[in-house]
Write a protein of this length. Structure first.
Length: 337
């Protein structure tokens, strides 16, 4: 039994060396797909373990470095008004050391700029610069992968320190079917809170899901996200945020090119948590479709892109009312070492 467990752990630790970098698709020595990393390749703010190197034999320390640029545009049909933001990730990476199996070190540095108008003709509103450092560990037991990581960081908006603890699991129930989940608790501490009305924010998020490998080139997935947050305020009542998003998608490999098509719907609400009248600051419902693709330019460089279109209906005392078409564009280049 001990020998079988040892072999299982060794095989699990070898899986990243057999992965296709563009989608973290894991294959056995015969080329059969045996697992697909369930977390998004372009949005790793909550799941850093989905970042793996396709060149782990290059040295004891290996991983990935990325740069990413994203644009969000909101076109409000009732008022013919545009607003949005663009986000530039200067560097994002994950490193692993062969002498410390299971451990990973991650980091991210970037900025998001909010504006009114279109991307081509914008009026500056505000900018948030962030820095994050993550240390984590993942474990393998037979068909189960699980782990944790902790994040420390800062955000320039409201001058905040950030801390987060996250746990995750990924269980292969059969050779083709798997279930997965992550949950985290985060606090954003306002350093200058002594003279400000808005104080600390505490947030929680969980996202269970399942996926099925149809064949060697195609698979489907389903996920359900829930999130909540409380912003402490010195006056006028705390602010309560709650949201949920349901989504499902299908991935397909066209040789080196990997694509994913997905869609879903969700609801976000921000309201006064203390006042008896329950003032609603924001109430947003959305439906969306998303297409993403990635292609390995070389054994070390991969380019990825994503386009999301959403239909939004919104009201509340702090936001633009009515319907909008929202488009999100993302472009990313990563380097494996």
């Amino acid at each position: 039994m001990k020998n079988h467990l040892t072999l299982a752990v060794i095989f699990a630790l070898m899986l990243p060396t057999l992965a296709n970098a563009s989608m973290s698709i894991m294959k056995d020595l015969s080329g059969t797909v045996i697992a697909v990393d369930p977390w998004s390749y372009l949005d790793e703010d909550v799941m850093w373990t989905s970042t793996r190197s396709s060149n782990p034999a290059g040295g004891r320390i290996h991983g990935q470095l990325k740069i990413k640029y994203a644009i969000e545009d909101n076109n409000w049909s009732n008022s013919h008004f545009h607003n949005g933001n663009d986000s530039l990730t200067f560097v994002q990476g994950v490193m692993r050391n062969d002498d410390l199996p299971g451990w990973y070190l991650a980091f991210s540095e970037g900025r998001t700029t909010n504006y009114n108008g279109t991307w081509e003709s914008q009026t500056y509103l505000s900018q948030n610069q962030w820095t994050q450092l993550i240390v984590g560990h993942e474990y393998f037991y037979k068909r189960l992968r699980y782990g944790w990581d902790v994040m420390g960081g800062s955000a320039s908006v409201d001058d905040r320190w950030q801390a987060r603890v996250k746990f995750f699991t990924d269980l292969r129930v059969t050779d083709k079917f798997s279930v997965f989940n992550y949950l985290y608790q985060q606090i954003d501490h306002r350093r200058s809170g002594g003279s400000q009305n808005d104080r600390d924010m505490r947030s929680f998020q969980i996202e269970p899901g399942a996926q099925y490998i149809i064949n060697n080139t195609t698979g489907i997935w389903f996920r359900q996200q829930f999130a909540s947050a409380i912003l402490d305020r010195a006056q006028w009542g705390d602010i309560d945020d709650k949201s949920w998003t349901t989504s499902m998608g299908i991935w397909h490999n066209w040789g080196k090119l990997s694509t994913t098509f997905s869609g879903g719907y969700g609801h976000y609400k921000k309201n006064n948590a203390r006042r008896e009248d329950g003032e609603v600051f924001q109430n947003t419902r959305n439906r969306f479709l998303k297409v993403s693709a990635n292609y390995p330019l070389t054994s070390r460089f991969t380019v990825s892109g994503e386009i999301t279109g959403s239909l939004i209906n919104q009201n509340g005392s702090w936001v633009t009312h009515g319907d909008a078409i929202t488009t999100d564009y993302k472009l990313m280049l990563d380097y494996n070492f």
